[in-house]
Design a protein around this ligand. Structure first.
Ligand code: ADP
Ligand code: ZN
Length: 517
């Protein structure tokens, strides 16, 4: 049978669990009675859909919202999962298919509105079927005092008792009274295991940095933490080896780890890391699943991770003991190009590619954030929070300016060259550099030629990077990184919307002797 993690990617198309999901999935799959309180948008459905696939038999999902049920069933079926619903909106064919799937034991998820529980036919059917789990979505509907009370939810307790199977309840309503009521009414005296949100890891210091001589940046970061255990995540196997060598040259105790290594040497690194103090492991994402070391003091990303979920999971390996731990994530235009290309050239269906671009955008938005990073990170997972005081942006609020004019000029250069060129050439046009490439294509005759002299080359690079980070322009994979304008940029181009940019990023780029990549 496939592991939960294999199913996570093969069926659901996610690279990583979101905060909380992994623990909940494991508990539910093991057949523990569970109550999980997760913020809306936190990814509750996965926490019963995935265990349903791991467990034998069928999982009955009680949900109050027919539209939502039908939506989930459609999504599951599209992913090749045998799922069905019994709702008032069913066609006869749909209902027949559900009955057949129950009879021959192929159905894995059966969605039902609570009203269905009232009929004796339903009860008989569920008694006959091999039900292995009951999942209750929006479990607070069982609370008589809440405003979402659904009387039929009160029947769930009896169903659980009759079938004598584990029950997993989910809700976003976290107050203690509702919780008690859910436990009393659904679990009938059994104390479920309770998972209560709180995804924040306040002891982790969050910081991002634009790549600017990335190897030196990583070496500097490690040098300031010499003798502490840390992980450097790299996008390629080769980089784990060269970075580990560079760290050893700088007298760190360092080694590399990636999926291309034999099992033996991999295990050796895992064991050394667990045992030794102050080992630095340069690794691909292959490192981490088995890593359960409480006192990892820092995690650095030498390259941009692939999503916020991966980011959170990777930095989350630091500071499990609750003591302060540091993180640094480096990113640059090459990362953005690499991740976009990976998505575009992947085998996923178009709808999923769109979602993956959206997820990448969320991470880039975090990288280019204008305010507290933790606030933004938690908001992505559905939690609200005050500015944290423990991130780079809380410590040094970014300097912001109205970048509308600069962005409009850059977009105009993109469009007037028909989205066929990368940032380097576009910047030459904006600066009025009559390079061979510019004159050969008569781009010195464009109205955009030389309109951007208020910035130098590095400053423009920083503007373009922020534009890529905000998904105003996207590299086109099949045109070697030529930039195309996205729909998000149109209101700015039309003068219907403005945009703020970070001046500190631009100023830092201008000060540096190295190129601002
Ligand atoms: P809710 O908790 O509000 O029921 P959903 O289960 O509908 O949330 O999930 C919210 C969104 O999060 C969905 O778009 C879903 O595809 C996405 N999601 C859930 N789990 C993950 C994951 N591990 N990685 C990426 N996206 C996820
Ligand atoms: Zn903060």
């Amino acid at each position: 049978m496939s592991s939960a993690r294999d199913l996570l990617s093969s069926v659901f198309g996610f690279g990583d669990f979101r905060p909380g999901q992994e623990e909940i999935v494991a508990a539910v799959a093991r057949g523990e009675n569970t109550l999980a309180i997760m913020p809306t948008g936190g990814g509750k459905s996965l926490c019963f859909q995935l265990p349903a696939l791991v467990r034998a038999g069928v999982t009955v999902v009680i949900s109050p919202l027919i539209a939502l049920m039908r939506d989930q069933v459609r999504g599951l079926q599209a992913a090749g999962v045998a799922a069905g619903a019994l709702t008032s909106g069913n066609t006869d064919e749909e209902t027949d298919a559900v009955w057949r799937g129950l009879d021959d034991g192929s159905l894995k998820l059966l969605y039902m509105a609570p009203e269905r529980l009232g009929s004796s036919g339903t009860e008989q059917m569920l008694n006959r079927a091999n039900v292995s789990l009951i999942a209750v979505d929006e479990a607070h509907c069982v609370s008589q005092w809440g405003h979402d009370f659904r009387p039929d939810y009160l029947r769930i307790g009896a169903l659980r008792a009759a079938l004598d199977v584990p029950l997993a309840a989910f809700t976003a309503t976290a107050d203690a009274e509702t919780r008690e009521e859910i436990i009393a009414r659904l679990f009938g005296g059994i104390e479920p295991r309770v998972f209560l949100g709180g995804f924040d890891r306040p002891n982790l210091h969050l910081a991002f940095g634009a790549k600017n001589g990335p190897r030196r940046q990583i070496l500097d970061f490690a040098a300031a933490r010499k003798g502490q255990s840390g992980i450097v995540y790299c996008a390629s196997r080769a980089k784990t080896e060269t970075l580990a060598a560079a760290l050893r040259d700088a007298k760190h105790n360092a080694c590399h780890y990636h999926g291309g290594m034999e099992a033996g040497p991999r295990r050796a690194v895992e064991e050394r890391f667990a045992r030794e103090d102050g080992l630095v492991v340069c690794a691909t994402v292959a490192f981490g699943m088995g890593v359960d070391k409480p006192d990892i003091r820092w995690v650095a990303h030498a390259d941009l991770p692939k999503s916020i979920e991966s980011y959170y999971q990777e930095i989350g390996r630091a500071g499990r003991d609750g003591a302060p731990a540091e993180t640094l994530t480096l990113y640059g235009p090459d990362d953005i190009r690499l991740r976009r290309t990976q998505i575009d050239e992947g085998l996923a269906p178009d709808a999923r590619k769109g979602a993956d671009h959206g997820r990448l955008n969320a991470l880039l938005g975090l990288a280019e954030a204008l305010g507290c990073r933790r606030q933004r990170l938690l908001a992505y997972f559905g939690e609200t929070a005050d500015p944290c005081g423990n991130c780079d942006l809380c410590e040094t609020p970014p300097e912001i300016f109205d970048g509308t004019e600069a962005v409009r000029k850059a977009l105009s250069a993109v469009l007037r060259t028909e989205e066929n060129f990368g940032a380097g050439h576009l910047i030459d046009i904006l600066l009025g550099n009559a390079t061979d490439k510019v004159t050969a294509r008569h781009h010195d005759a464009l109205p955009t030629f030389g309109v951007g002299k208020e910035f130098n080359k590095r400053e423009w690079q920083a503007v373009f990077r922020q534009m890529m980070g905000r998904d105003l322009v996207r590299p086109v994979a099949e045109r070697h990184g030529a930039l195309a304008m996205t729909e998000a940029a149109r209101p700015i181009l039309r003068g219907e919307a403005g945009i703020e940019l970070r001046r500190d990023v631009i100023a830092a780029a201008a000060r540096e002797n190295r190129p601002a990549v």
